[in-house]
Design a protein around this ligand. Structure first.
Ligand code: GDP
Length: 439
């Protein structure tokens, strides 16, 4: 993945005792390849490298005491700029109409419902309107999702063929429903064609929406970028929602989108569940691409469902490297409330690396229960200082928890590694400092 490749390049830089123009040029060449492999648009990658190069080659950087650290910072700042440093919230001033468009399968319907759920949580009164007159299944799908999140939905008659008529009727309905923000889920196509564009233009002209959001599948890489360009030329999009960032998207789409269209990525879809739509933060995405994890995102996600104070304390202990089995137990309880463990851990620094080493069943609930039993069989002192858990203690814990010695051993080993990884942003800084000191 992109962050793995970048990680490798930065690690190589670290191994160099003295930073020269050649080291930087070599690193930039590797970064450029990594970007292209991640499906970043060619022109975007080229400009990006040129920008980083110009700044990194500056005499101040080479002569500074910590050149390595400076280069990483330049890289981070440029990534952030590329992703769009100037984020603006949705314009929700009444009459707030949001037109949601995109190709079939991008995630329009799901995202419409997710966005409605978000707006509802913020205390607004969202309404959903199904405008896909070609796929009855899409109308049913929206109706089903709307029911799940308890948001009123307007579904047109199966015989209705004119989308502007549907929109007109829906607006009258919305007024009776006292909606404060109305989301229109439109028809897509397999690919962009004349008819789709014409219909969308008519709908757009009639509704005059404050926001026209393009839903694009991150996994489709450069195709998503060209789709965004086309939709933007047709109706003038105001923002992009990038879906399926939880999958193995190569990340390039996110990087090129903003540069090619000039339109901000407003939200990121990271799963099929209706609460898995998150505000897009360029700085955090840049951190993530640089492999530093997304601790703030993790805190937010956790805090949304749990006691914020507990979550913050736990994060702080992680960062300070004081995380012990008592914290682990607390987290396990949180995680059981949270659902998909992997999604959450994916935000943690270095997790992608340890994930590869974990057994594939590491995330099932039966296993979680056994893990919990093991921790509960430890004494408070053992939970605080796992390093004292040696041979006889291990056997006692296995017997006490009704598990096996190999299970206890595995958990202790994994916990040790997890702990190391948690400290990795700090480690990264330390390592850059070291590099700087030598330069
Ligand atoms: P539409 O044709 O554009 O309306 O697309 P749908 O809303 O029907 O979504 C297509 C598929 O993608 C469905 O199976 C969704 O559950 C799935 N999907 C949508 N958004 C996401 C996401 O952010 N992550 C993942 N993993 N799946 C998603």
């Amino acid at each position: 993945s992109l962050s793995d490749n970048l990680d490798k390049t930065f690690r190589k830089l670290r191994g160099v005792g003295h930073i020269s123009e050649k080291n930087i040029a070599d690193a930039l060449r590797e970064i450029r390849i990594a970007l292209l492999e991640a499906d970043v648009e060619f022109g975007v990658a080229k400009d990006f490298i040129a920008n980083v190069k110009e700044k990194a080659m500056g005499a101040e950087v080479l002569k500074s005491i910590k050149p390595g650290e400076q280069i990483v910072k330049i890289f981070h700042d440029e990534l952030e700029a590329l992703l769009g440093a100037d984020q603006a919230p949705l314009d929700l001033n009444p009459p707030a109409r949001i037109l949601i468009c995109g190709l079939n399968g991008a995630g329009k319907t799901t995202t419409s419902a997710k966005l409605a759920a978000r707006l509802k949580k913020e205390g607004r009164r969202p309404l959903l309107v199904a405008c896909d007159l070609y796929r009855p299944a899409a109308i049913d799908q929206l109706a089903t999702l709307a029911k799940q999140i308890d948001v009123p939905v307007y579904t047109p008659d199966a015989s209705e063929k004119d989308v502007v008529k549907v929109a007109k009727d829906a607006l009258a309905w919305a007024e009776r429903e006292h909606g404060t923000v109305i989301l229109f889920d439109t028809a897509g196509r397999q690919e962009i064609d004349e008819r789709l564009v014409e219909e969308l233009k008519r709908l757009h002209a009639f509704l005059q929406p404050k926001e026209t959001l393009l839903v694009a599948d991150a996994a489709t890489g450069q195709q998503a970028v060209s789709v965004a360009k086309h939709f933007d030329e047709a109706v003038g999009i105001t923002g992009i929602i990038l879906t399926k960032l939880d999958g193995d998207a190569r990340g390039g789409a996110a990087l090129s989108m903003r540069a090619v269209t000039g339109k901000p990525i407003k939200f990121a879809g990271e799963g099929e569940k209706l609460d898995q739509l998150f505000e897009f933060h360029p700085s955090r995405m840049a951190d993530r691409i640089l492999g530093m994890g997304d601790i703030v995102g993790m805190v937010e996600q956790v805090a949304g469902k749990l006691n914020e104070e507990d979550a913050m304390r736990s994060m702080q202990r992680m960062q300070e490297g004081k995380f012990d089995f008592t914290d682990f137990l607390d987290q396990m309880k949180m995680i059981q409330k949270l659902g998909p463990l992997e999604g959450l851990l994916g935000l943690m620094p270095g997790f992608n690396k340890i994930k590869k080493q974990l057994p594939s069943n590491a995330f099932d609930t039966g296993k979680l229960k056994r893990t919990e039993a093991i921790v509960l069989s430890m004494t408070p002192d053992e939970r605080r200082r796992p390093e004292i858990i040696k041979g006889t203690r291990r056997a006692r814990i296995a017997a006490g928890s009704g598990t096996t010695l190999p299970e206890v051993n595995t958990l202790l080993k994994q916990f040790g590694e997890m702990r190391k990884m948690m400290k990795s942003p700090g480690k990264m800084k330390g390592m850059m400092k070291q590099l700087g000191g030598m330069g």
